[in-house]
Design a protein around this ligand. Structure first.
Ligand code: NDP
Length: 288
């Protein structure tokens, strides 16, 4: 059996087309969705990510402001900038690119973002609302994974979903979203003993580990849907996931490639969250 390749590029393209349409309609009503991206320091991966986000925003007709600061920006100055963006009616989404330099308290910065503009979905209010199933900005990568499953007709209800990784941005939230869709969820991490004994039970396996080609065919139940979140470099410096694609392809039922799987979905969901925030703002104005 060869797995069906889950085409994140194609699915994200569809989502972006829908966003573009909705942006047009919002603009006709006098609202131009705006995303502010804040970058501190010189991290080259972060710079690539923020440039991509800005480019995608603009391609979809949304405004995007990049606020770029040197490494030695003080925490106070950053918090003041966030306050300014919180109060700017033309900005609907605020994204502070992580990681921040060590002298800045990341949690303090996330807390400072107005939850109604928290398009990354990292604010504790967003996280809390997500966990109790209330309206919230969902974190982009986990939300993108759920959209991929939905698009391919993979219903988590009654399935055993095993999530390898428990970070606040991927592992924990994707497990929560799978639980909300009635999966039975198991979380694994670096202290899990005999990892393969868990992953082999998975109907849906999410790999969010950060280790190149760590998940092999012997970790996978035949026919399982395997979602590879990892973005790593292999021994030749080539981009690769946490899953050994060539090996697992022969066992899995569905498999996401890297690149072209989860990655493009993350950015599409950020666009959708920003648009959604602008739509919420308009609705509030209409109700006022
Ligand atoms: P973190 O480093 O924050 O978390 C990694 C998780 O993997 C931890 O929970 C860790 O366990 C677990 N882990 C590490 N080693 C093992 C092991 N040997 N066995 C089992 N579990 C292990 O990473 P992120 O969640 O931020 O990201 C994971 C990967 O996804 C990275 O490659 C990252 O680049 C990529 N990524 C991709 C995105 C996309 O858009 N495609 C977006 C975000 C991330 P413990 O908690 O015990 O330390």
């Amino acid at each position: 059996m060869t797995a069906i390749t889950i085409d994140g590029k194609a699915v994200s393209q569809k989502i972006k087309e829908q966003v573009e349409e909705r942006v047009k309609s919002l603009k006709e009503q006098g609202v131009a969705p705006g995303l502010a991206v804040v970058l501190v320091g010189e991290n080259s991966a972060s710079l690539t990510y923020v440039k991509n986000k800005k480019k995608t925003c603009e391609a979809l007709g949304m405004r995007s402001d990049l606020h770029q600061y040197p490494e030695d920006l003080s925490e106070e100055e950053l918090l003041a900038k966030i306050e300014e963006l919180n109060n700017d009616p033309e900005i609907h989404g605020i994204l502070v690119q992580l990681p921040l330099p060590e002298h800045i308290d990341e949690f303090k910065v996330i807390l400072a973002i107005d939850p109604s503009k928290d398009v990354d979905g990292f604010h504790p209010i967003s996280v809390g609302n997500m966990v109790i199933g209330k309206e919230a900005f969902l974190p982009c990568t986990p939300h993108g994974i759920m959209k991929l499953l939905e698009h391919y007709g993979i219903d988590p209800a009654g399935k055993h979903a095993v999530v390898v990784g428990r970070s606040n941005i991927v592992g924990k939230p994707v497990g929560q979203l799978l639980l909300q869709k009635d999966a039975t969820v198991t979380f694994c991490h670096s202290k899990t003993q005999d990892l393969a004994s868990y992953t082999r039970q998975a109907d849906i396996l999410i790999a969010a580990i950060g280790r190149a080609k760590f998940i092999g065919a012997d970790h996978v139940k035949p026919g399982a849907a395997v979602i590879d979140v990892g973005m790593n470099r292999d021994e030749n410096g080539k981009l690769c996931g946490d899953v050994d694609f060539a090996a697992v392809q022969e066992t899995a039922g569905y498999l996401t490639p890297v690149p072209g799987g989860v990655g493009p979905m993350t950015i599409a969901m950020l666009m959708e969250n920003t648009l959604h925030s602008a739509e919420n703002g308009l609705q509030k104005d209409k109700n006022a």
